[in-house]
Design a binder for this molecule. Structure first.
Ligand code: 5RP
Length: 229
């Protein structure tokens, strides 16, 4: 089974949690997009759901495939969000934001009764942090915010390069008009403490540590899908 087939397996398993009438948060990334493709087939077959996309990219795919969309203002309370992750540990703590959609992803997941993570085995880790931690920041005061992040990390014994994310033609800009700093802190033994410290920095809009948000993770490997709870 190749990587794409594993993503499809995880997405298929997540689809079994979707019921008629649900208000769905719809994640961002290649795994979430496999979910959108499968969901669109079910919608074409008569399933009635309304989705709130977590990015413009996901919104475009949903529109193209005929998945009915609402804004989060129209549907401020959601039944279920299904989204991918860059890392997931045994407590279902996540690193997200590799695709740059972490702010909307976190807002949408927070508005949902349940969040199901879909991923392949490569995303499962014992301790978060091998993946660079995405931190969404306001462009104003970028240098000051970076220093504040470095100091907050140092207080927790963490250090490493903090790099402004680039895109082909310049600086990467999120759907919300912010920048992303990718922090190579290495393994993060106390993700809760780092999350709290980052939350206290005014220039930090949001960070990619999703703690106590996921209710279930569906992990697909060569032998099939398993769940982490
Ligand atoms: C986007 C995300 C994605 O869920 C994460 O990057 C995983 O993406 P993929 O399924 O392509 O590996 O957090 O902001």
């Amino acid at each position: 089974m190749d990587a794409r087939e594993m993503k499809i397996k995880a997405a298929e398993a997540a689809l079994s949690h979707v019921e008629d009438g649900m208000r769905l948060g719809i994640g961002t990334g290649s795994t979430a997009e496999e979910f959108v493709r499968l969901l669109a087939e079910r919608v074409a077959g008569g399933l009635k759901v309304e989705g709130v996309p977590t990015s413009e990219r996901t919104a475009r795919l949903c529109v193209e495939l005929g998945v009915p969309l609402k804004s989060l203002d129209e549907l401020p309370e959601l039944d279920l969000t299904i989204d991918g992750a860059d890392e997931v540990d045994g407590r279902l703590s996540l690193i997200k934001g590799g695709g740059g959609a972490l702010l909307r992803e976190k807002i949408v997941a927070s508005a949902s009764t349940r969040m199901i993570v879909i991923a392949d085995e490569s995303k499962v880790v014992e301790t978060l942090g091998a993946f660079k931690l995405p931190i969404e920041v306001n462009p104003f005061g970028l240098a000051a915010t970076r220093i504040a992040i470095e100091k907050a990390a140092a207080r927790l014994g963490l250090s490493g390069a903090i790099v402004l994310r680039a895109s082909g033609d310049g600086t990467f800009m999120t759907d919300g008009g912010h920048y992303i700093l990718d922090a190579s802190f290495g393994l993060i033994p106390d993700a809760d403490a780092l999350a709290s410290s980052l939350n206290d920095i005014p220039g930090v809009v949001e960070h990619g540590l999703f703690i106590n948000m996921a209710s279930l993770a569906i992990i697909a490997g060569p032998a099939g899908a398993r769940t982490l709870t």
